[in-house]
Design a protein around this ligand. Sequence first.
Ligand code: ADP
Ligand code: MG
Length: 371
Amino acid sequence: MIYKAVVPGRVNLIGEHTDYNQGMVMPAAIDLYLTLICEPRAGRIITVFSENYDQEADFSLDDLVPINGDPGWVDYIRAVCWALENSGYPLTGASLNISSSIPVGSGLSSSAALEIAVAMSLAAACKYDLSPSEMAVLCQKGENSFVGVHSGIMDQYAVALARREAALLLDCRNLHYNYLPLVLDGFILLIIDSRVKRSLAVSAYNRRRAECEEAVRKMSGLLKKRISSLRDVTLDDIKEARHGLPDLLYRRARYVVEENLRVMEAAEALNSSDLHSFGYLMNRSHSGLRDLYEVSCPELDLIVDTASDCPGVLGARMTGAGFGGCAVALIEAEFAEKVSMAVKDAFRSNNWPVPIIYKTFAAQGACLEGI
Ligand code: ADP
Ligand code: MG
């Protein structure tokens, strides 16, 4: 049997930098897909061809050791094999062909799509009955421990579990999740790739994580309650602790606490089909990321400001870790061209490379079929 896995990219709609604070996130799959054709065969050799890279490679399942240094694209595939084999799922050889319309390295989770596609097809080839969430956890383990990229669980969960016309509300504390209706009748999600490479992202990301941990440590001493993450902190706690906290940590912590509340409000808005309130919360999220968490950049701010000034735009925000990557806007479909033109013109006026823009909606998560 030959297997075909089709796995989408994802966009985080709201709930940024909350995942590693044991908070709430709300991604949706988008209609850009990675397709993987898997032809199992006897033996322990995996052969891979990526149409995007126009490169072929092969490796042995008996020769998988976590890498030390910059990953190549094949390492993401080796990582998934390593995670499966080390969790009690020995694999068979296979030939894998990959093609994808998800832009690589833009924050739309081409890596998670690749990982889930590999996991799904190789698990099916070996008749392992793994749930999408089990696969997501294994893929994250591979990306963290084999590739050495310390990403959260959201990406793999989103692409594995998302549903058409729904957003996924994921609680990163216990991995509980549920679906919220996102029927975009007459509206679309516009994803605007700033084309700014996220060069600062890794060091800034690690610094933000450390600042949040420091805020938790300091607040544990200031507040008369046990807190193990910013998830345990309320707005009242933040006010109470404010004067004992350095201003920087106060602003970081306040952003995270407010963002978690915004995600819950956004969930209520979707449950009552109130896209206008949802858009307002997106705007507030961006302001917090820009002013309190300080992970935006001039290009992302220009996208959000320009879009917000256009008619038909319900809300816009940067999405992903920041310092580049993409912004997402919720807009009336008939204004898509006008908003795109306005953003491109604004970039041209600054002599910046013109953004790449995708019109999308909440798409179906990963699918596998035998062909
Ligand atoms: P993203 O935001 O797109 O997930 P990452 O840096 O996390 O960015 O992952 C991108 C990496 O995933 C690429 O550098 C490559 O190693 C791998 N990858 C993604 N798509 C493909 C593809 N179609 N073919 C081969 N490798 C891919
Ligand atoms: Mg990625």
